[in-house]
Design a protein around this ligand. Structure first.
Ligand SMILES: Nc1ncnc2c1ncn2[C@@H]1O[C@H](COP(=O)(O)OP(=O)(O)O)[C@@H](O)[C@H]1O
Ligand SMILES: [Mg+2]
Length: 377
């Protein structure tokens, strides 16, 4: 096991001059499970391949286990990588596929058998060791690919979208297995995915990347509760956080001498409370974006005590069984709500939209950055 440290690591692809990774700083602790997440093309695979030694590092320092490895070839870095396209050797059995790297290294036969047996046991592959890859399900093949990594007992595991080829059911199953595997082996793991649910459920910490730049590094719920900017706010969470452009205005004389947010066309107005209120006053009149998670919005049929709710129109309802996702418009703004139970009128009917003032977050509309310490920056 080992710590992995990236200091100012940069990747410029020489042929195109394209900067795929900008000065990345990341300290992965010994035994930690870190997930790199971001949209396609943001530099996740490039970063992982630099750690693996499959891609040269243009600038910066990369250390594994306290050793500078910038110029070490992959086989001297003591890492194992599992890819999306788990290329197994079709003519070899499961055992032979898993044993291959050890056979190349001319390890003693008994040692190889012991390691493969242990990995097969962990991965539930004991009964298929004699089969060939084509006789296995997709999930089993992916497990063999992981088994190949485990038998090498590396200091660091690297995964590049290992579940993307699997159907939804298997993905969920394998996700749980990878989490369990990490608990069992306790090895330092760096895992790449474009899927924020995978990132949230697997990572001790998550690194959100966009266009080669780190957007935020933190524990899953830190990112969810305190996104550092609009990009992270929109990327983490499904349905996505509502992001509404508008302005703040002081509302003196109200019950708590408060601050009110108003959407650009004025159709949506809502008080700003909670931690955001402390910073909101100094932002009166400036361009901001208000963020609120769908679970902190209530859309309802108009009733007696609507208080500070905005009036709007129901656009659509998705009943998901346990919860319902409702979308409602107020002027040009469309707001998504996620509610556990709701008797809602038909689409196009008038509704009220209530935002939980204590849970709203504010972003600078010009820079996209979260405003103030309340947002964790
Ligand atoms: N060998 C290469 N030469 C030039 N550009 C590349 C090369 N490999 C990747 N890129 C570019 O670098 C960016 C990041 O790629 P990649 O790390 O594969 O993204 P991700 O894994 O996040 O989808 C993309 O814009 C991609 O087109
Ligand atoms: Mg990739």
């Amino acid at each position: 096991m080992a710590r992995v440290t990236l200091e100012g690591v940069r990747k410029v692809y020489a042929d195109s001059g394209f900067v795929a990774v900008h000065d990345l700083d990341l300290d992965v602790r010994d035994g930690e499970f870190v997930v790199l997440v971001g949209p396609s093309g943001c530099g996740k695979s490039t970063t992982l391949r630099m750690i693996a030694g499959l891609e040269s590092i243009t600038a910066g320092r990369l250390s594994i286990g306290g050793r500078l490895v910038n110029n070490l070839p992959p086989k001297e870095r003591d890492i194992a990588m599992v890819f999306q396209g788990y290329a197994l050797y079709p003519h070899m059995t499961v055992f032979e596929n898993m044993a291959f790297a050890l056979t190349l290294r001319k390890q003693p036969r008994r040692d190889i058998e012991a390691r493969v047996d242990r990995a097969a046991d962990i991965l539930g592959l004991t009964s298929v060791l004699d089969r060939r890859p084509r006789q296995l399900s997709g999930g089993q093949r992916q497990r063999v690919a992981i088994g190949r990594a485990i038998v090498r007992d590396p200091q660091v595991f690297l995964f590049d979208e290992p579940l993307s080829n699997l159907d939804a059911q298997f993905r969920l199953e394998m996700r749980r297995e990878i989490a369990m595997l990490h608990r069992q082996l306790g090895a330092t793991t760096i895992y790449v995915t474009h899927d924020q649910v995978e990132a949230m459920t697997l990572g001790d910490r998550i690194v959100v990347l966009d266009a080669g730049h780190v957007q935020q590094i933190g524990a899953p719920l830190d990112l969810y509760d305190h996104p550092a900017n609009r990009f992270v706010a929109a990327f983490i969470g499904s349905p996505a956080m509502n992001l509404i452009d508008g302005e703040l205005a002081a509302a003196p004389g109200g019950p708590d001498d408060g601050v009110v947010f108003r959407s650009l066309d004025g159709a949506l107005r809502t008080p700003v409370g909670g931690p955001a209120r402390a910073v909101a006053k100094s932002w009166a009149g400036k361009p901001v974006t208000l963020g609120v998670r769908p679970e902190h919005v209530i859309v309802a049929a108009p009733g007696g005590a609507d208080g500070d709710a905005t009036r709007g129109t129901l656009q659509g309802v998705e009943p998901l069984g346990y919860e319902v996702i409702a979308r409602a418009s107020a002027g040009a703004v469309i707001v998504t709500a996620r509610m556990v139970t709701a008797a809602l009128p038909r689409p196009d009917a008038p509704v009220t939209i209530h935002l939980d003032a204590a849970r709203v977050q504010l972003f600078d509309r010009t820079t996209g950055l979260a405003i103030g310490a309340a947002q964790g920056v």
